[in-house]
Design a protein around this ligand. Structure first.
Ligand code: UT7
Length: 332
């Protein structure tokens, strides 16, 4: 029997309608469009507005798109893994909320917490369930409502992030297409430079933690930048080396959208021209777990069966990694 690989067979996505441009931010914090554009590549980001809406509400829209495009009954989905840093609740898992809202009564599910590398971690985890033959239809969601943990008085962080969510369907493939290899790494000593100070078991929420604004993203940008630019480029290069790939072989790089300068460094290390890189940071900013599936969503129609794709990410933890896959279908 031929080897079973896990292949992405459909992509869905959702970004909220409301835009927050650099010019809007100029009115909120001491910043300007020129600084944000030249340092990050971001021009605008989307914000999920409305009382009582969370990450699951964006995920439901992204996953529904997959069900509609594929004509799949929600009862056919066996497992849903949600990569997010802004879960609806501390517990239960956002995956449980999503499956409930979509009527996926036969699915089990759980969340993966690996900050900006969460989608790659979740994709790799999900692929194992397909490769063993245990599951035939698995959904991987990556998304965040970053606006829920942003301090809009901190110009160093509030300009970077945005809200959005993407999702992919994984199914078995025996034609040699799908996920081929992944390299996943982590270094928890990096937690000092990118974290949320309060709200966990070490420092539960109190009036004082709220007053001290400790429930927001804390980032030492320059330090994170140095680790990100080195490690994301290196892991993308390593996965090419390990699989005997050159820049000519790679059809697309799908990089985490944290900073255009980090993306450029990764592309250069891989020996790729700019046309082979999916970049939408200018429109969405850094949607954390959403960046990679949202790129696949936007580029899905351009992708061809057999395309060689490298996904690469770096994020809080620190966590980082790369995935090499062969695209499994031509979009209609
Ligand atoms: O996705 C998860 C992983 N995260 C990342 O990969 C993010 C990595 N880090 C970065 O992308 C960059 O470090 C930032 C975009 C966050 C910051 O860019 P930077 O070039 O590293 O700027 P900086 O922090 O070194 O600040 C340079 C200057 C400072 O002023 P002084 O001290 O030189 O006078 C900052 O106060 O820019 C100032 N600054 C700003 N000025 C205008 C910081 N934020 C802003 C701002 N607008 N929004």
């Amino acid at each position: 029997m031929s080897k079973i690989q896990a292949a992405i067979t459909c992509v869905g996505g959702y970004v909220p309608e409301d835009k927050l441009t650099n010019f809007d931010l100029e009115k909120i914090v001491d910043t300007n469009d020129e600084w944000i554009t030249s340092r990050t590549g971001i021009k605008e980001r989307r914000i999920l507005m409305g009382e009582g809406l969370g990450t699951s509400d964006m995920a439901v829209k992204a996953v529904q798109e997959i069900l509609d495009k594929k004509g799949i009954d929600p009862m056919e989905i066996e497992l849903l893994i949600c990569a997010t840093t802004t879960p609806d609740f501390t517990f239960p898992a956002t995956a449980n909320v999503i499956t409930d809202k979509l009527g996926m009564k036969n699915a089990w599910g759980y969340d993966v917490s690996a900050a900006c590398s969460g989608f790659i971690y979740a994709l790799t985890t999900a692929s194992q369930f397909i490769e063993t033959g245990k599951h035939k239809k698995v959904i991987v969601v990556g998304g965040d409502k970053m606006s829920s943990i942003l301090n809009f008085e901190d110009r160093a962080t509030c300009i970077i992030f945005g809200d959005g969510c993407g999702a992919v369907l994984l199914e078995p493939n025996t034609e040699g297409l799908g996920i081929v290899d992944s390299i996943l790494r982590s270094d928890g000593s990096g937690r000092a430079y990118l974290h949320q100070k309060a709200g966990g078991s070490v420092k539960p929420a109190t009036v004082e933690t709220v007053m001290a604004k400790e429930h927001f993203v804390y980032q030492e940008g320059q330090t994170v930048f140095k680790f990100a630019v080195t490690n994301m480029a290196q892991v993308a290069y390593d996965i090419m080396q390990r699989n005997g790939l050159t820049g000519d072989d790679v059809t697309w790089l799908v990089p985490h959208q944290a900073n255009k300068r980090i993306i450029d460094a990764t592309r250069e290390r891989m020996g790729l021209p700019e046309e082979k890189v999916m970049i939408n940071i200018q429109r969405y900013g850094n949607t954390t777990n959403g960046t990679l599936p949202l790129c696949l969503w936007e580029w899905e129609k351009k992708l061809k069966k057999g395309d060689i794709i490298i996904l690469a990410a770096f994020g809080g933890g620190f966590t980082w990694g790369a995935t090499y896959l062969k695209w499994a279908y031509d979009s209609k």
